[in-house]
Ligand binder design. Sequence first.
Ligand code: RP5
Length: 161
Amino acid sequence: MPDVAVICGSRSDLPTLKGCFDVLDSYGITWEASVISAHRQADALHGYVAEAEAAGVHLFIGAAGLAAHLPGVLASLTGLPVIGIPLDGGALGGADALYAVVQMPPGVPVATVAIGSAGARNAAHMAARILALADRDVAKRVAAFRTEQAGKAELRIDPRA
Ligand code: RP5
């Protein structure tokens, strides 16, 4: 079983998640992706979470748009960390999904990231930081990424050049 199970509610969500998969790869974190809607395939979602947990997955990333209950349902089904990505789309531009993902009741936490592709990337960065607690190699890569990112400041540039 890979380290991370990424689940989204629809195939239409997959393009937005590309950055998530790329960032996980950049840290050398193993992952698998599934399309399972909390609303349309509830039984399959329950079964998959039980299987993944038993097989030793370390955390779940759930991504959904509209009435985005998938991350919350994941958190109800497992004691492992769940990172939720609210996706944009629909009439409300992702605010609907953000509220659904972030407003979990006490005791059922979902670590919620930003709406859309920025959140998709941050979900992977957050997963890396969680896994780094018990994985020295990932911890080194997190440190290296931060150093690289910090080195990208551009001082006294000519913006017209
Ligand atoms: C959500 O509804 C999915 O996560 C997706 O963002 C949205 C629309 O799904 P489709 O109608 O494209 O399958 O459950």
